[in-house]
Design a protein around this ligand. Structure first.
Ligand code: MOS
Length: 742
C-alpha cells in the first residue's frame, strides 16, 4: 500500500519553482495594474498633526495618495479586525487614524502607474507629527511587566503559564545542588526571501481576486471581509506559493489592507510590495528575559524547576506564547512554578516565529540543565536520562509516544559523544578550542479539523484539493504521495490544488499541524471514493467483487482489488463505465481524534561541535547531529530538509541574529539582511539528521508533524558547546565573539 508514503520523493513543485513557472503574490499581472508604495512613520509614538499629499499627487504618473483621511470606509470595531490568530487586545488597523503606535507604521499609500514612480512620490509625502514620549527598551520597562494569570486548565497552554506543582520555594531551599540564572533572547526577525506582497485584481463585476503572501488564505479572506465590510462571495484569496513565512504570514499583514483599499477607491487592480526594511515592522520574535532555578539531589534527580519569563509585546495587543512550561513535559520534578509577564512597548505586536516559545524557552531551560550538569559533575546526557519524564506533569497524562531516549542514544552514537572529555577547554585542534554540547528539543504534535476534496476520473487521474498552503515545507508533495497511495495510483497521476480560499476549509498552515491534518483528511476522503467505486464494481454482472465488503478491498495499481485474493479485482475504468460516470468527487471533513487523555509531542536530541579560535574568539559550528522522534515520516527528503533548515536557523539564533533598536527614536537600526546577520553557506558545515522510529496511534497515519522541531534545542546545544570549548558561559544571545572576551 505504502509505495510513496515514507519515501524520499522529490518536490513535485520543484521544477516549477526553479524555472520560475511558480508564481508568487507579486507576480500576477493584469493590464492596467497600478503600484502602491507605502509611506511609514518616522516617530515611535504620537499623532499625525498634518499631512500634505500635494507634491506627491502632482507627480506625473501618480494616481492617488491614500491616507487615514483619504480612503474608502473601514469598519470601526475591534472584532472586525480579529483574524483567526489575533491575541487579546485591539488589532492594529492600517491607515485607520492619525495615531502613531510604532516607528515604521504605514501612514500613506502612494498609487502610481509604475512602482518606481510610486516609490519616488512616496518620498514627497510631507508629514508633521505631534510626538509623545515612547519606550522601546525592554530593560527600561522590566519593572512595569504585567503578570499573566496562570492557566485555569493546565492542558491549555494558550491562556497562561501552567499551575504551580508542590512547594517550589521550600524545595529550592532544601536542594543539595542548585543552579539559578537569567537568560536573554533578543528580538529576532523571520527574513523570508519573498517580501510581503499583495496583488488585488479588481474584477469587471467589482469583485476582488487577491493574490497575497500568506500562510492562510481563508484567514485573509475572513479578515478582509471583516475590516472592509465585504461579502465573502466577493473576495477570493489565492496564495499558491510562498517564499518563506516561518510564522510571519500567519496573520494578515498591512500591505493586504492597503492594496485592497486602493483597489476599492480607484476601482482598479493594485499591487503593494513592502520593502526589505519595511519587513522589519511586520512582526518579530519577542525579546525575552527568562529566569530559571533548578534544584537537584546529589544523584542528579531534579526536585524543583522554576521558570519565569518576561516577554515583549505592543501597546495594543498582548502577544503571549508559553515559554515556561516545556520542562514539565521533559523532566520529572515534583515541584515547579511558572510565571510569565508582558512588557508593553511602542513597537508593533510580535508574531509567531518558527517554534514560537519552544525555540526560546528551551534555549533557557537546556542551557540551565547543562549548567546543572556541570555543577553535579555529571554527563549532560546522563542528567537528562535521570530526569526523563514518561508523562506530562502539567496534566498527569502519559505520552501517545515518546522516543526521546532513542534520540539521545542514536544521536550520541552518531556524534561520537562517548569520546567527550567533560572538562572545559580540554579538547583542541591546533589554535582552535573544540567544544561538544547537547540539548533536547520538544514541540507539539497537533491536528485540526480540515476538509479535503478528491475528484477521480475514469482514466485514473485524481485531483486533490484543500485551501491549505505550502509555505515551502513540501505540502504539495506529501499531499500527492498520500493521495497516490490511498487511491493506488502513480504519483504522476495526482494533481494538487491548494492556496485558494474557495477550496475546502483548512486551518492556517503553521504549528507543524498541516501535514498531519491534511494527510489524514486525504485518507478519509479517499475512503469515500473507494466506497463509491466498490458500489459501482459490485453492480457489474458477475462482478469478481460481488461479495466484497468495504474492508475487504483495497485500491492498488488503478484497480479495486480483494485483499484476500488479488486476482479478484475491478479496474477503476471498468467500475466507472459500469456506473456510466466519468468522475467521482468526494469532499469529507476530518476531525482530529479526541485523544485528550494522552500528551502529544515531538522530541529531538541535538549534538553540536564548535571550534573556537582561541585568539580571536571566532566560533564555527563544525558538526551538528539532530536525532528526531516525530512519529511516522511521510517524506524522508522534505522532512530532512525541514530539520536541516531548523538547524541552520538555530546556528543563526545562537551566534548571529539580533534586531537592534535605536531607543532614542524607537527605530530598528539593522532592518536589512546585510546588517541583520543570518547564516550563509560558509557558516554551515556538517549536519546529520536522524529520524528515530516512533510508532504512534494518535491518528490513522501515525503522524506528528515536524516543521518546527528542527530549530528547538539547537541554540542551547551550541551555547553548551561554546562553554565546553572555552569555559565561558554566555546566557544572552547571540553569542557574539566580544561576549567571550568580557
Ligand atoms: Mo510557524 S511559527 O507555525 O508558521
Amino acid at each position: 500500500m505504502a509505495v510513496y508514503i515514507g519515501s524520499a520523493v522529490s518536490r513535485i513543485d520543484g521544477i516549477a519553482k526553479v524555472t520560475g513557472a511558480a508564481k508568487y503574490a507579486a507576480e500576477f499581472n493584469v493590464p492596467g495594474l497600478l503600484y502602491g508604495s507605502v509611506v511609514t512613520a518616522t516617530i515611535a509614538k504620537g499623532r499625525i498633526a498634518r499631512m500634505d499629499r500635494g507634491a506627491a499627487k502632482r507627480m506625473k504618473g501618480v494616481i492617488d495618495v491614500l491616507t487615514h483621511e483619504h480612503r474608502p470606509e473601514m469598519v470601526d470595531n475591534d472584532q472586525a479586525y480579529k483574524d483567526f490568530l489575533a491575541p487579546d487586545g485591539s488589532p492594529f488597523r492600517p491607515l485607520y487614524d492619525e495615531k502613531i503606535r510604532f516607528n515604521g507604521q504605514p501612514i500613506a499609500l502612494v498609487v502610481a502607474e509604475t512602482s518606481e514612480t510610486a516609490r519616488i512620490a512616496a518620498s514627497l509625502v510631507w508629514v508633521e507629527y505631534e510626538q509623545e514620549e515612547h519606550v522601546t527598551d525592554l530593560f527600561n520597562r522590566r519593572e512595569a511587566a504585567i503578570p499573566i494569570k496562570p492557566a485555569a486548565d493546565s492542558a491549555d497552554a494558550s491562556f497562561g503559564p501552567p499551575k504551580t506543582r508542590g512547594s517550589p520555594e521550600q524545595a529550592l531551599a532544601a536542594a543539595g545542588v542548585r543552579h539559578e540564572a537569567e537568560y536573554y533572547v533578543p528580538i529576532e526577525h523571520h527574513n523570508p526571501m519573498e517580501l510581503f506582497a499583495t496583488t488585488v485584481i479588481y474584477e469587471a463585476d467589482g469583485k476582488l481576486t487577491v493574490y497575497d503572501k500568506t500562510q492562510g488564505v481563508q484567514n485573509v479572506q475572513g479578515y478582509l471581509c471583516g475590516a472592509l465590510a465585504l461579502k465573502p462571495e466577493d473576495v477570493r484569496v489565492m496564495s499558491p506559493f510562498m517564499g518563506g513565512g516561518f510564522g510571519s504570514g500567519l496573520r494578515p499583514q498591512y500591505q493586504l489592507v492597503l492594496a485592497a483599499l486602493a483597489a476599492l477607491a480607484l476601482k482598479r487592480s493594485v499591487r503593494v510590495v513592502v520593502t526589505r526594511p519595511q519587513m522589519y515592522e511586520l512582526g518579530y520574535r519577542p525579546a525575552m528575559i527568562q529566569h530559571i532555578a533548578l534544584g537537584a539531589n546529589a544523584a542528579g534527580m531534579l526536585d524543583v524547576i522554576t521558570h519565569d519569563a518576561i516577554t515583549v509585546t505592543s501597546r495594543y495587543e498582548g502577544f503571549y506564547r508559553q515559554e515556561t512550561g516545556w520542562s514539565g513535559l521533559l523532566y520529572r520534578s515534583a515541584n515547579a512554578s511558572y510565571k510569565h509577564s508582558l512588557v508593553h512597548l511602542d513597537l508593533p505586536t510580535p508574531c509567531d516565529m518558527r517554534a514560537p516559545s519552544a525555540a526560546t524557552g528551551v534555549f533557557a531551560l537546556e542551557s540551565a540543565m547543562d549548567e546543572l550538569a556541570v555543577a553535579l559533575n555529571l554527563d549532560p546526557v546522563e542528567l537528562r536520562l535521570r530526569c526523563y519524564s514518561d508523562h506530562d506533569q502539567h496534566t498527569g497524562h502519559p505520552y501517545s509516544s515518546k522516543a526521546l531516549k532513542e534520540c539521545y542514544l542514536q544521536g550520541a552514537e552518531a556524534f561520537g559523544w562517548a569520546m567527550r572529555d567533560s572538562k572545559p577547554c580540554s579538547m583542541r585542534d591546533g589554535g582552535d578550542l573544540i567544544g561538544w554540547g547537547m540539548a533536547t528539543g520538544i514541540w507539539e504534535a497537533l491536528q485540526f479539523t480540515i476538509s479535503v476534496r478528491i475528484a477521480l476520473t475514469a482514466n485514473g487521474h485524481a485531483e486533490v484539493a484543500c485551501a491549505t498552503s505550502d509555505i515551502g515545507t513540501g505540502t504539495y508533495t506529501i499531499m500527492a504521495q498520500v493521495t497516490a497511495d490511498m487511491l493506488g495510483l502513480p504519483l504522476d497521476n495526482i494533481s494538487v490544488k491548494i492556496g485558494d480560499s474557495s477550496l475546502p476549509q483548512s486551518p492556517v498552515e503553521g504549528g507543524s499541524w498541516i501535514a498531519t491534518s491534511v494527510a489524514n483528511g486525504i485518507a478519509t476522503t479517499a475512503d469515500a471514493i473507494r466506497d463509491d467505486l466498490l458500489r459501482l464494481a459490485r453492480s457489474i454482472p458477475n462482478s469478481p467483487l460481488a461479495n466484497a465488503a468495504r474492508d475487504d478491498v483495497v485500491l492498488v495499481d488503478g484497480k479495486l482489488a480483494s485483499k484476500r485474493d488479488p486476482l479478484l479485482f475491478v479496474s477503476i475504468a471498468d467500475a466507472m463505465r459500469q456506473g456510466g460516470v466519468d468522475r467521482i468527487v468526494q469532499e469529507k471533513t476530518t476531525e482530529p481524534a479526541q485523544d485528550h487523555s494522552r500528551a502529544h509531542n515531538t522530541h529531538s536530541a541535538v549534538f553540536a561541535e564548535v571550534k573556537v579560535d582561541e585568539q580571536l574568539g571566532v566560533i564555527r559550528v563544525t558538526r551538528v547531529v539532530s536525532a528526531v522522534a516525530a512519529g511516522r515520516i511521510l517524506n524522508t527528503k522534505t522532512a530532512t530538509s525541514q530539520i536541516l533548515g531548523g538547524v541552520v536557523w538555530g546556528i543563526g539564533m545562537a551566534l548571529q541574529e539580533e534586531t537592534l533598536i535605536d531607543h532614542r527614536f524607537g527605530r530598528i537600526m539593522n532592518a536589512n539582511i546585510a546588517e541583520y546577520h543570518v547564516p550563509v553557506n560558509a557558516d554551515v558545515h556538517d549536519i546529520k539528521v536522524i529520524f528515530v522510529d516512533e510508532p504512534d496511534d494518535s491518528n490513522r497515519l501515525g503522524m506528528k508533524g515536524l516543521g518546527e522541531i528542527g530549530i528547538v534545542g539547537v541554540a542551547a546545544a551550541i551555547a553548551n558547546a561554546v562553554f565546553h570549548a572555552t569555559g565561558k558561559r554566555v546566557r544572552d544571545l547571540p553569542i557574539a565573539l566580544d561576549k567571550l572576551r568580557r
